[in-house]
Structures are given as structure tokens and as C-alpha cells.
Design a protein around this ligand. Sequence first.
Ligand SMILES: Nc1ncnc2c1ncn2[C@@H]1O[C@H](COP(=O)(O)OP(=O)(O)OP(=O)(O)O)[C@@H](O)[C@H]1O
Length: 242
Amino acid sequence: MPLIEVIEVTKKYRKGDESITPLDAVSLEIEQGEFISLMGSSGTGKSTLLNMIASIDRPDSGRIIIDGTEITSLSRTRLAKWRAENLGYIFQTHNLVPVLTAYENIELPLLLLPISASERKRRIEVALRAVDLLDRADHYPRQLSGGQEQRVGIARAIVSHPKVVVADEPTGDLDPVTSRQILDLLKRLNEQLNVTLLMVTHDADAALVADKQFRLDHGHLVQTGRTEVPVQSREIHKQHRD
Ligand SMILES: Nc1ncnc2c1ncn2[C@@H]1O[C@H](COP(=O)(O)OP(=O)(O)OP(=O)(O)O)[C@@H](O)[C@H]1O
């Protein structure tokens, strides 16, 4: 069974007298451990779809089921709990709290979970190591480069071991070299930690880092490509899952 099932999701907005339908009966299945990219012209509904899957927004019709839970039918209170336990969100601009250190920013989502202080510390250190920033734990955002700030944002998104991580143009604010480093990092987290990732991007090269590429166009979602996974890396994936 796929980890994420988006079933015939429709979302309409009114703009004055006009009605627009960024998502028109969109369906999508994402397997555990898959890395999916989503492209499309500006205003086609990429963020809308991402936010539906992140349970921040609700469809007008259709259902979204994640790991057996129909998130489109949960109450607001249960959704907030579901999000804290299951979702990581990587923003275009990292959205770090300026008065907190890298360590404290990464700790924030863990404060919503029923885990001990020692387990929190352990997870933060694992996340800092995963993004190669252990030596910057006590730095404030203003003391970090743009790429390092985004890596803190990524560590914060994965620290609670979410089932799903969504990224809305995670390289949109970065120069080409730093963008490539962030994409390589996302790919590594996907392959080594088996993180399931859905990334919105405007950059066709960035989209190719994902296993499958999709495009939104006039309310419809089409798959535009599939990156061949080398046999060796497929084997590593399998071992990780077994
Ligand atoms: N809360 C809202 N109320 C009214 N219209 C909205 C709302 N949110 C989004 N829209 C409209 O829905 C359409 C899709 O928006 P969305 O932000 O999902 O597009 P996008 O593909 O992510 O765009 P971009 O690439 O520019 O970020 C746009 O026309 C937008 O203006």
C-alpha cells in the first residue's frame, strides 16, 4: 500500500466573480521512501497541493490518506497532533527563530512530543550530524550562511522522524552552488534515512534529483519523468527497509 494516497482532490478559490480550480480531481500515490518533485508554472497550485498533503489546508472534495490515516477527516485538534508526529516542513526561507541557536531551533518540534530530555538531546545531535552542522550547534541564525541556515531548517524538519517531509522551493533563495549542496543533502537523507520527500521546485535540474517528476497544469497532475535508480543504490534502499 502506498504511504500517501491523494484521491480525487479538488480545490477551488474565488477571486472576485471568478472561480479558479488549482486542483481538479487530482490523484497521486507516493510510496514509503520515495522522493517526488512537483513543478508547474506560477499559480498552478503546487503549494496548494503540498499544503493539503501537509494537512495545513483542506480540499473541497476528495480524500488524503497517509499511512492509513485519513487526514482529510481529522478534527483540527487531532490534525495538530498528527502534524507534530508525522510531518516535517522545509520552507523556501528557512524560517528560523532568530533569538534561538541552531540547536534550540531544531529542538522546537520535539517540544510538542512526549519524549524525554535525554532522547531530545540524542535526536538533535543525530539531526545536526545528518546535516553536518554539529560544530555550529550554538550559533544563532545571523552567524550562519544561507546554506547553513537552510541545513538547520532541514534538520528541524527531520528531527521528529516524520513519515512525510515536504519542501516548498527549498533552494529558491540560494545561489547555484549552495542549491546543489542542499539538493545533494536532501537526496542523501532520502537514500540513507529513507525519508519520504515531496519537493516543489521551479528548477528543472533540481527536479531530476527526485525519483519521479510531476507537473501541475490547469488543475491536472501529470507525471513527466522518472529518474533511473542505479542497481547498487536500489540494493541499499532495500537493505535499509528490510
Ligand atoms: N487562500 C487563497 N485564497 C484565494 N486564492 C488562493 C489562495 N491560495 C492560493 N490561491 C490561488 O490559487 C492558485 C494556486 O496557488 P499556489 O500558491 O498553490 O500556486 P503555486 O503553483 O504554488 O505558485 P508559485 O509557483 O507562484 O508559488 C493561485 O491562483 C493563487 O492565487
